[in-house]
Design a binder for this molecule. Structure first.
Ligand code: ADP
Ligand code: MG
Length: 298
């Protein structure tokens, strides 16, 4: 494309709510064959709320929530914000903690004062607790996950203490935008670090039949490289849209990348195009603009 046409396209994009940082991305957008889409904060609003607190035997609801909130004080994750808001709303006193740290794509670990002594605490995905040798009750979570909720398991002293359910609303226009992209022949694939059952529920709600769950932050970029070859080994252009710190490597690995405007600064820095309207429609708009811009100069 000529530089002038691209400049005009970039200006039209800005007026339509797309901030194009890399003009070449606008040229490539029309050739996207596969679009990888993050779940939390991209398909969903990214403002989760705590909906369920299920204490294990020997624990009260308030105790589990207080321990969880105490540990989540050290996290900037949207789930942490939801847990802290719920504890605050209940007026809970949080126990002291020590050496709390985040385990990327998994949860949090540290020490908490409970029953008069310091005990280890683990909080996060069921997979995380299982990998650390905590046994979880069978089928304790089916209902929550089937509703598309994220499961947050809590263990104190290596023993399961309770389960929290966190719900994040699907953006009102996500399903329509997915359908619009699919109508343009694009294969839409959801990538998420969440539990498979939760992923399946959100995929169903948004009309996505292709998804990968339990993808760790470092694995999202590898998934992008895998999507670059179709079933017949042919090379396809891969687009990626995300909002989080954990999406930045995948955004950098994609041929054309989009960041949700309210997303993390690192995601916006890594992406070619920022979607000011915080909607997946922005990706379809960019593809349409790419076609219109290029057809003018062909
Ligand atoms: P996503 O790909 O859905 O944006 P992340 O990579 O941020 O998710 O996290 C993956 C999973 O790790 C979450 O679904 C959650 O189960 C768990 N997790 C990560 N950080 C936390 C935290 N601070 N509190 C609770 N769970 C967490
Ligand atoms: Mg996200």
């Amino acid at each position: 494309a000529t530089p002038t046409a691209i400049m005009v396209g970039t200006g039209q994009g800005a007026r339509a709510g797309m901030l194009v940082k890399n003009a070449e991305a606008l040229e490539l957008a029309e050739r996207i064959g596969v679009l990888a889409v993050d779940k939390t904060g991209t398909l969903t609003e990214g403002l989760p709320a705590l909906t369920d607190t299920l204490p294990a035997q020997g624990w009260t609801r308030a105790e589990v929530l207080a321990v969880a909130a105490a540990v989540e004080q050290g996290s900037g994750h949207p789930i942490a914000t939801a847990v802290l808001a719920a504890a605050r709303a209940d007026g809970l006193q949080l126990p002291p903690t020590e050496a709390v740290q985040a385990v990327g794509g998994m949860g949090m670990e540290g020490q908490v004062q409970h029953d008069g002594s310091w005990q280890s605490v683990l909080l996060g995905s069921p997979r995380f607790l299982q990998e650390r040798g905590v046994s979880l009750p069978d089928a304790f979570s089916d209902e929550l996950a089937a509703a598309g909720k994220t499961l947050v398991a809590v263990a104190v002293g290596g023993v399961f203490a309770g389960l929290l359910g966190v719900a994040d609303r699907v953006r009102a226009d996500s399903a329509a935008a997915v359908a619009r992209l699919q109508a343009r022949g694009i294969r839409v694939v959801m990538l998420t670090g969440d539990h498979p059952a939760t992923a399946a529920a959100i995929a169903l709600q948004t009309g996505i039949s292709d998804w990968r769950a339990g993808v760790l932050p470092g694995e999202k970029a590898i998934a992008i490289d895998e999507l670059r070859h179709d079933a017949h080994g042919a090379v396809v252009r891969v687009g990626m849209v995300g909002d989080g710190i954990n999406d930045a490597p995948a955004l950098a690995a994609a041929d054309v990348s989009f960041a949700i405007g309210v997303g993390a600064d690192v995601a916006i820095e890594a992406a070619d195009i920022t979607l000011v309207k915080n909607s997946l429609h922005g990706v379809a708009d960019a593809i349409d603009l790419s076609r219109a811009t290029l057809s003018k100069i062909r």
